[in-house]
Design a protein around this ligand. Structure first.
Ligand SMILES: [Zn+2]
Ligand SMILES: [Zn+2]
Length: 121
């Protein structure tokens, strides 16, 4: 079981499954959207993902036409993204996870934007 929440705690969720893999994305969209070195996320089965609270606090931003970035409109924490052409898959922002195991990243995308001081073992 995975649990998580946004920074202010209004949005709380649980995932009735395991996180099987995680990736780091260094593309500029992820860096700007997260305000961070990389996006750290994992594709999940939306049918096993459930909001405990705060679903009405979510807002969506479409930077590209087919991809929604979903965030808490109160504290602005990014929660997940989804593509309109990929039903039932969400990409959870793993920094919001508070309970459960997250496997180390197995893939890195857009490493041309990866800072030289980051090294994975
Ligand atoms: Zn929040
Ligand atoms: Zn990215």
């Amino acid at each position: 079981m995975i649990k998580g929440q946004c920074l202010c705690g209004a949005v709380q969720y649980q995932y009735h499954g395991e996180i099987e893999n995680s990736i780091l994305c260094y593309c500029q969209h992820c860096q700007q959207a997260q305000g961070a070195i990389a996006g750290w996320n994992s594709p999940l089965d939306q049918t096993k993902f459930e909001f405990i609270s705060g679903q009405d606090q979510l807002n969506e931003y479409f930077h590209t036409p087919n991809k929604a970035r979903v965030f808490c409109q109160h504290c602005a924490s990014p929660i997940y993204s989804y593509r309109t052409d990929l039903p039932n898959i969400i990409r959870l922002r793993l920094g919001t996870v508070t309970e459960g195991q997250i496997p180390a990243p197995t893939e890195e995308f857009f490493t041309e934007h990866k800072p030289k001081f980051i090294e994975l073992r």
